[in-house]
Design a protein around this ligand. Structure first.
Ligand code: LRH
Ligand code: MN
Length: 427
């Protein structure tokens, strides 16, 4: 399904007047504080978030899965759905593929289809956490860390194949997340497992084209429940520092133990030039992959506060970041869930962009703790949605994407086209 420009223009015309009132009111307040509202809107328009190809259907848990209906049946329909999101918010200009769930049958056609929706291909993801049909060996006891060199080589070859798929698609990064670890004390030699993983990653690193990056994604547990070979940012940082400048750490917000200060992890990775990018989501307990900003919006703001500080030339040696969502939808329409997640990311970015940075640094240097918090929370408590909406309006997107998605009955149309029982590949 393809959205026509006039459907968006018609939608905006109906609500533009109300939007302009709110936007002007907020802009005047921010301008009084010496903030450059035009620049903020430009920055918001520029931020493009990649959509995971594995999160366009309804996910499930081991207890059950409740298909939404109208789910994409193949890569082409997944690209159409991301194209739909991008037409609605002009903020989802890329798709991140997972191999082998999304191996293109015809690269030209897939690239042409994606560019017809103004979409690029962001990082490609390898998968050595499942055994594929007719696979020679099993990854049951790991992949890049496996005690058997034949299985390590199989996993290394898979990652090289994923890079080759990405090269044909115009992608410039591979994300390596390993389920490798142990579920019982004594099961694994931690040192040997990490060393074998380091050596395996080095072989994959040597296969990277000049302009490519390798994102090393860490996770404290699941599906291994006693230890993971790459459990935290420190281990990811050790590996990316050992491997070389193309290796960077990927921060999946759901991959932290409760109460971890993720904004400090982000600051440290960025200050050391090793922050590659994000898998945005939210969680209450574990790797819940919930809608971004649904549970801990203040933490998301504090993370963007560190990112804006870093991007304002304080951490200039850190390469441009990869912005991606990694979510799984159990009870929401996947497309509405993704629209909400992108809105939450843009809101956190806008709040961070209106922080009075000089005053904040001055209050920090003078240990005026109360003033520092007041300045941060003034930004967090400012309703910046008119800024985010204005960025959409100037990008020819919908002022209220979810409202338009519903007014056009898009899910009903997709169910009509694809049926109620279709299940998209992915989680
Ligand atoms: C692991 C993870 C990883 C993906 C997978 C779909 O939990 O976050 O990024 O490969 O989810
Ligand atoms: Mn992830």
């Amino acid at each position: 399904m393809r959205l026509e420009k006039d459907e968006i223009l018609l939608h905006n015309e109906k609500i533009e007047k109300k939007h302009i009132e709110k936007f002007l009111q907020l802009s005047n307040r921010l301008a009084d504080k010496g903030l450059n509202v035009d620049q903020i809107v430009q920055d918001l328009m520029k931020l493009q978030i990649a959509i995971p190809s594995w999160a366009l259907g309804t996910g499930g848990t081991r207890f059950g899965r409740f298909p939404e209906g109208g789910e994409p049946r193949n890569l082409e329909e997944k690209i159409e759905d991301v194209g739909l999101l991008h037409a609605l918010n002009r903020s989802s200009g890329a798709i991140s593929l997972h191999i082998p769930w999304d191996i293109p049958e015809n690269y030209e056609d897939v690239i042409a289809l994606a560019s017809s929706f103004n979409l690029k291909f962001d990082a490609v993801n390898s998968n050595t956490f499942q055994d594929q049909k007719n696979q020679k060996y099993s990854y049951k006891f790991g992949s890049l860390c496996h005690t058997d060199p034949a299985i390590r080589n199989m996993a290394i070859d898979h990652n090289k194949e994923v890079i080759d798929h990405g090269i044909k698609l115009g992608s410039e990064a591979i994300t390596v997340w390993l389920a490798d670890g142990s579920s019982f004390p004594g099961q694994q030699n931690f040192r040997k497992a990490l060393m074998r993983t380091r050596e395996s990653l080095a072989e994959i690193y040597d296969h990277l084209p000049g302009s490519w990056s390798m994102f090393i994604e860490y996770k404290p547990f699941e599906p291994s429940f006693y230890s993971m070979v790459i459990p935290d940012w420190g281990t990811s940082h050790y590996l990316s520092s050992f491997l070389g400048p193309k290796a960077l750490s990927l921060v999946d917000l759901g991959h932290h133990l409760p109460n971890t200060n993720i904004e400090q992890v982000v600051a440290t990775l960025m200050m050391t030039g090793k922050l590659g990018g994000f898998h945005f989501n939210d969680s209450k307990f574990a790797d819940d992959d919930l809608t971004v900003g649904a549970i801990k919006p203040y933490q998301l703001f504090l993370i963007f506060n560190e990112l804006v500080y870093g991007m304002e030339n304080n951490d200039s040696q850190n390469p441009p970041l990869a912005w991606m969502i990694d979510a799984s939808h159990n009870v929401k329409d996947p497309l509405e869930d993704l629209l909400q997640s992108i809105e939450a990311i843009k809101i956190a970015y806008a709040q961070a962009l209106i922080v009075e940075r000089e005053n904040l640094e001055e209050s920090r240097e003078t240990n005026d703790v109360v003033k520092a918090q007041e300045l941060l929370q003034d930004a967090f408590r400012t309703d910046v949605r008119p800024l985010v909406a204005e960025a959409r309006l100037q990008s020819m997107a919908a002022l209220e994407p979810i409202q338009l998605y519903r007014d056009l009955n898009i899910r009903k149309i997709l169910k009509g086209e694809r049926g109620l029982k279709t299940i998209a590949t992915g989680l």
